[in-house]
Design a protein around this ligand. Structure first.
Ligand code: ASP
Length: 586
């Protein structure tokens, strides 16, 4: 037996027992004639003590231990003279009588401590060492618990976990696919699934009724802090349901997970269901952070053509937010905000501000263009009080201006400490538009995906005004993050063909790409709908992380590389030959 106990479980009640432990050397401290070693494993740290007077040889050996050596010890549990109440094992120590070095270790390239000196790149290269650190390991434990509770909940509701293939066909209408060459079918390629969307629909046609899968999905997109080329979804689908059934089931699951995994009681009240158009109007976002207010106030009536300010007079949208108590912002602070909204990522033309002074008068950056009455109307419209700062963005493209104002609102929310990581604001955003116009493609694109059903009452509009058709789609939003989303699906081959037509597919092309689905619909498809959650995002939200990377055991970096495995990499010419693939140097 390598060990009789682990490094996290011994307490004062164990004093007097002889135990064997195995683990890694966290640190060695020499104090006078005593040597103290912190021994670490997944479960905790236990202090070992070696006494020069009692056993000089053993003590000498202990002094030679290096950081991260793997050792096995046997000894007696003793009560500590000076206890450490910060450690669960802090009342005891092991008076070691046998020491066996199981494996030596090179000095790790960064310290294996909660606050390590290792930078991101180094930590990723030696991820197996990084994972020895408490905070990183805890994220994986949280992830495990999360998945376990998801399975427990969905099982209790009768969902079946069904695996779907990883080698599938390429799907247009999504992100870019990762493709895999086929040796046995030269010149042909599989694609890795962006999600099991069509497969789970086929499982509904197959009568599975309630499906879920914790599943890897792959999208070859440019990466951001919260994106990975491969990520995990909790993918779900149900038959004979309407939007409300799906929402209620997954709202219950969400409350359950918050309770079981995060210890947060979200209460019995249903989550807010906010129509998309209202979310855009009030927050400029389809995933509003509702931990705080600072809602948009549209100012077209107040500021357009009521003064000489040309920018506003030609604007398609003017909107403001009111930052409470920020009237004292210095010139420099205002400049920072201006630079932020004018940065290339945000792209606003500028920022107009107005301070409400202690006496209630308004001082703005556009004073010279407006009368005091208009400025007063601005104050009223914004419901601003003395000491508040009004920030205004305008633009010729209303949607774009709203998105810019949204970024500013989020920044101000962070500055004012209104985005507390321990507070959770959940809601559903519903009634999304069915299509959005793509300038790049010069055609309508599905806002969710092409299998989403329109709202039944909007079906007649498909012929006359497709741009105004609403989708039977919903997203779950938590703290400004889209944690999940889905829709009621089309289950009728004719309606599905019509949607493909609106999306610009010829009947032949639609048949070629999606014939398998449309044919399946001809064999008795039940009405169905579902959704998928982004597991990584959700776990990182629970863990209070800014990036999903730290809740993934072996993540990729911003360039999509696994620096530990050095992937992607070149392959042997022999492999390429077998696949009949020729690489062209660019
Ligand atoms: N497959 C969709 C997605 O990955 C989710 C869904 O509609 O169920 O976004």
């Amino acid at each position: 037996m390598y060990r009789t106990k682990n490094c996290g479980e011994l307490r004062i009640a164990n004093v007097g027992e002889t135990v064997t432990l195995a683990g890694w050397v966290q640190r060695v401290r020499k104090m006078g004639g005593m040597t103290f070693v912190d021994l670490r494993d997944r479960y905790g740290i236990t202090q070992l003590v070696f006494n020069q007077e009692v056993n000089p040889n053993l003590c000498d050996e202990a002094n030679k231990l290096g950081r991260e050596y793997v050792v096995q010890i046997t000894g007696k549990v003793g009560e500590r003279y000076s206890k450490n109440d910060k450690m669960p094992t802090g009342d005891i120590e092991i008076e070691v009588s046998e020491l066996c070095v199981l494996n030596e270790a090179l000095t790790p390239p960064f310290t294996i401590e909660d606050n390590t000196d290792g930078g991101d790149d180094l930590r990723m290269k030696y991820r197996y060492l990084d994972l020895r650190r408490d905070p990183v390991r805890k994220n994986l434990e949280l992830r495990h618990k999360f998945c376990f509770e998801v399975r427990r909940f969905l099982d209790s509701k009768g969902f079946l976990e069904v695996e779907t293939p990883v080698l599938v066909g390429s799907t247009p209408e999504g992100a870019r696919d990762f493709i895999v060459p086929s040796r046995m079918n030269q010149g042909c390629f599989y694609a890795l699934p962006q999600s099991p969307q069509t497969l789970k629909q086929l499982l509904m046609v197959a009568g599975m009724d309630k499906y879920f899968q914790i599943v890897k999905c792959f999208r070859d997109e440019d990466l951001r802090a919260d994106r990975q080329p491969e990520f995990t979804q909790i993918d779900c689908e149900m038959s004979f349901v309407e939007q409300n059934d799906v929402i209620e089931t997954f709202e219950e699951m969400t409350k359950y997970l918050f309770k079981q995994v995060r210890g947060v009681d979200l209460g019995v009240a249903p989550f807010l269901r906010l129509p998309w158009s209202e979310a855009m109007r009030r927050f400029g976002s389809d995933k509003p952070d509702m931990r705080f207010g600072m809602e948009f106030v549209e100012l077209m009536d107040v500021l357009k053509n009521t003064g000489e300010f040309g920018v506003f007079n030609s604007a398609a949208y003017i909107g403001g937010i009111c930052a409470e108590g920020c009237a004292s912002y210095t010139r420099k602070q205002i400049d920072e905000l201006t630079n932020f909204v004018k940065s290339p990522q945000i792209g606003a033309k500028g920022l107009v501000y107005a301070r409400v002074e202690a006496d209630g008068t308004v001082k703005s950056s556009v004073d010279k263009f407006y009368s005091p009455e208009v400025l007063n109307q601005l104050k009223e419209a914004m419901q601003a009080k003395a000491g508040d700062l009004i920030l205004i963005i305008s633009g010729d493209d209303a949607m774009r201006a709203r998105k810019q104002l949204c970024e500013l609102r989020l920044l101000m929310g962070s500055r004012l400490g209104l985005r507390d990581k321990n507070k959770f604001a959940l809601l559903w955003v519903v009634d999304f538009p069915m299509f959005e116009w793509s300038d790049e493609e010069q055609r309508l694109m599905a806002m969710h995906h092409p299998f989403t059903a329109p709202k039944p009452e909007d079906i007649p509009l498909l012929d006359t005004d497709p741009a105004n058709v609403k989708a039977n789609a919903y997203d779950m939003v938590c703290n400004g993050v889209e944690v999940g989303g889905g829709s009621i699906r089309i289950h009728d081959a004719i309606l599905q063909a019509k949607i493909f037509n609106i999306l610009g597919f010829t009947p032949e092309k639609a048949q070629e790409q999606f014939g398998f689905l449309m044919n399946a619909f001809k064999y008795g498809a039940p009405p169905h709908g579902g959704l998928a959650y982004g597991l990584d995002r959700w776990v990182s939200l629970f863990a209070g992380l800014d990036s999903i990377r730290d809740c993934i055991a072996f993540p990729k970096n911003n360039a999509g590389r696994d620096v530990m495995l050095d992937a992607p990499s070149h392959v042997d010419q022999k492999q390429l030959d077998e696949l009949a693939i020729k690489v062209v140097e660019k």
